[in-house]
Ligand binder design. Structure first.
Ligand code: NAD
Length: 519
């Protein structure tokens, strides 16, 4: 059944020729406009997280294949950079239409490989699509600046120009959205791109590459390699790669930032998180509890913007039993099953890690007031499921507070005042997202101003900015100086050239050499 779904989903990723009982479907490389089988002898199994059945294999690309992919990017660059900005925009305009037409196909593939519910997978594609739509406004975004008559007959102006070959390294949790933060922004600016999707969920990227090709992107402008550490090191070290966009864990991101920067590349790295939802006693209780539960447990907590920590201020601590009641009602099931609210975790190892972190709460004196560890999902007994879990009486020195859990686990702290809550949030090393729930404007304003976090929601639990702004996580959640997408994304993928130009009337010729510094 799974293979049938897989085959129906995407013939690029599961080509008919390799679809037989004896051969496992293989993910192709995308080099110079062709989907090609890797010659690698090292392959990684891809699992359906709801069953743990192997559904395909992805290669660890060979050095020769990775070199060929960068060479294709490099060859394609001069022509693509010189292609008129209106033509590049047209490719993106066709692309956004094709993504819309194929949204459900991409979502089905995401659910198969990643496990999230189909509705959530559609949201994953949709949020990436918004970035593509925004990239279509490149004609305004890439404008330089001008200043006429800085002195007699002299004008000053700047161009925004592409960098060359850029690369992207993506995580498993948003198989469509995050690659779409990367290559469309880079390519619309005139760069060519080498993409390395997460080895656990490569399918959506492959289909997105096919759709980009169908939109008219010339051969070699986007290339895809697969793999883990070797592929990452290759990207960090290759002299022809000018910039790297990374999204994933701190362990990988800090390493890539350091290694890529050492080799003279621009690197932007969005990393881990511990997002706090501060609940004031004057908040709209019904809305707040529903939003908190949705944002803590949606996508099984595997979102970098999951609201994984609640701070109940003052009387709001009395709402805890109702929070538990709402969380209990969520339906845990395979992502393609009707009515599922949350699906499985990505791997058995991820499940084990989440369960260990829940255990640590008990050992360190917290209370597990809702325990999802023993959940059994009928028909999917081998899946990596953990049900909604709530840990209360949590203190900032506990492991379950300090670590990013990345599972359907909400840790709950209590404070008497807003100031204490702000201190906890600011003492935490991560600065990705946070939200405050209140009906008092002054409280909301104070929180938004004092909290040292990149993305703040006021009665909005997952404040991921729309792409005309940028994704602005800060502190340990980000390395680099220009963020993803929006104007900052355009800055990341371009460099300025400034031209000082003088056109004198014929009779204004210099009569002797100007040896003094021009002022
Ligand atoms: P991950 O770091 O394990 O993997 C991300 C990418 O890095 C993958 O392509 C992987 O192949 C590669 N990689 C993994 N370990 C590596 C290593 N040691 N050296 C070099 N490369 C390595 O992350 P993940 O588990 O796929 O994703 C979950 C993490 O991503 C969470 O921490 C989450 O918060 C974070 N995330 C952050 C954002 C954000 O915008 N801040 C968005 C999504 C996910």
């Amino acid at each position: 059944r799974i293979l049938q779904v897989a085959f129906k989903v995407n013939p690029v990723w599961y080509p008919a020729s390799s679809f037989s009982s004896s051969s496992m479907p293989t993910v192709k490389l995308f080099i110079d406009g062709k989907f090609v089988e890797s010659k690698s002898d090292k392959w990684i199994d891809i699992h359906n997280p709801a069953t743990n059945e192997v559904i395909g294999r992805v290669p660890q690309s060979t050095k020769a294949e990775m070199d060929a992919a960068v060479a294709a990017c490099k060859r394609a660059f001069p022509t693509w950079a010189d292609t008129s900005i209106l033509s590049r925009q047209q490719v993106l305009l066709r692309y956004q239409q094709l993504i819309k037409e194929n949204l459900k196909e991409i979502a089905r593939l995401i659910t198969l490989e990643q496990g999230k519910t189909l509705a959530d997978a559609e949201g994953d594609v949709f949020r990436g699509l918004q970035v593509v739509e925004h990239a279509c406004s490149v004609t305004s975004l890439m404008m330089g600046e001008t200043m006429p008559s800085i002195t007699k007959d002299m004008d000053l102006y700047s161009y925004r120009l592409p960098l060359g070959v850029c690369a992207g390294i993506a995580p498993f949790n948003f198989p469509a959205m995050i690659p779409l933060w990367m290559f469309p922004m880079a390519m619309v600016c005139g760069n060519t791109f080498l993409m390395k999707p997460s080895e656990r969920v490569p399918g959506a990227t492959m289909l997105l590459a096919k759709l980009l090709q169908d939109s008219g992107a010339p051969d070699g402008t986007l290339n895809i390699i697969h793999g883990q550490h070797e592929a990452v090191n290759f990207i960090c070290d290759h002299p022809d790669i000018k910039a790297i966009s990374f999204v994933g864990s701190n362990q990988a991101g800090e390493y890539i930032f350091e290694r890529g920067s050492r080799h003279g590349k621009r690197v932007q790295a969005n990393m881990g998180a511990k997002n706090h939802g501060v609940v004031m006693p004057d908040a709209n209780k019904e809305n707040t509890l529903n939003q908190l539960v949705g944002a803590a447990f949606g996508a099984a907590g595997q979102r970098c913007m999951a609201l994984s920590t609640a701070i109940l201020v003052g009387e709001a601590k009395k709402w805890l039993p109702e929070l538990v009641d709402r969380a209990k009602k969520l339906r845990v099931n395979a992502g393609d099953q009707p009515g599922a609210d949350l699906g499985p975790l990505i791997t058995p190892q991820a499940k084990e890690r989440v369960c260990n972190l829940i255990d640590s709460g008990t050992k360190e004196g917290a209370s597990i007031i809702l325990d999802g560890r023993k959940i059994k999902v009928k028909g999917y007994e081998n899946g990596n499921f953990v049900g909604p879990t709530i840990i209360s009486n949590v203190k900032p020195n506990m492991t379950c507070y300090k670590e990013e859990i990345f599972g359907p686990v909400l840790v709950v702290l209590e404070t008497e005042t807003l100031d204490e809550a702000i201190k906890i949030v600011n003492d935490n090393p991560y600065g990705n997202g946070t939200a405050i729930f209140t009906t008092n404007g002054a409280t909301a304003r104070k929180y938004s101003h004092l909290v040292d976090v990149g993305q703040v929601g006021v009665n909005v639990p997952i404040p991921v900015p729309l792409p005309m702004f940028s994704f602005t996580g800060s502190r340990s959640s980000f390395r680099g100086d220009t963020n993803f997408y929006g104007k900052q994304g355009i800055q990341f993928y371009t460099q300025l050239k400034t031209i000082t130009s003088q056109w004198k009337e014929e009779d204004a010729t210099l009569s002797s050499p100007a040896v003094v510094m021009p002022t």
